[in-house]
Design a protein around this ligand. Structure first.
Ligand SMILES: CC(C)(COP(=O)(O)OP(=O)(O)OC[C@H]1O[C@@H](n2cnc3c(N)ncnc32)[C@H](O)[C@@H]1OP(=O)(O)O)[C@@H](O)C(=O)NCCC(=O)NCCS
Length: 120
């Protein structure tokens, strides 16, 4: 059953400056996220989508921003480009689904957790 949902938006402009985007990513993004971003020349929409997804994942599990180190919440992509969460501390025994979108200055992400117990 669905045990939690999280939804978050992030401004793309926040990552418009590539140097600032790199600095922000170095502080808050996982190595894998930074590699994905580097492959995309630190595209602002991609960075904003990943950050929205990280925040959406925290919401699913009822945690405040930075409730788990942000570098430990890693939004990764499979060979088809579909995002998924790698964060054993958050996921536990649940199955987590993520969807990211961006359009113009807004990026959004939805995260849904399936499991056997509601999150508190
Ligand atoms: C998924 C898809 C429809 C999104 O198209 P879009 O409307 O232009 O883009 P959106 O802004 O809504 O979403 C973009 C995000 O969707 C996610 N995404 C990419 N591919 C995806 C997929 N296959 N499934 C789910 N999500 C995907 C990514 O996080 C992407 O963000 P990023 O490019 O910054 O990393 C498009 O990327 C697509 O058709 N991909 C091909 C899927 C596929 O079958 N690939 C096979 C390769 S083997």
């Amino acid at each position: 059953m669905i045990v939690g949902i999280g939804y978050d938006l992030c401004s793309v402009n926040r990552f418009a400056d590539k140097n600032e985007c790199r600095r922000f990513a170095a502080r808050w993004f996982s190595l894998s996220e930074r590699e994905y971003l580097a492959e995309r020349s630190y595209a602002a929409q991609t960075a904003a989508g990943i950050f929205a997804a990280k925040e959406a994942c925290l919401k699913v599990f009822g945690l405040p921003l930075f409730g788990v180190p942000m570098q430990d919440i890693s939004i990764e992509h499979d060979s088809a480009g579909k995002p998924y969460l790698r964060c054993p501390a958050l996921v536990g025994g649940n199955t987590v689904h993520i969807s990211i979108t961006h359009e113009g200055d807004v990026a959004g992400a939805m995260c849904v957790a399936e499991g056997t117990r509601y999150q508190v």
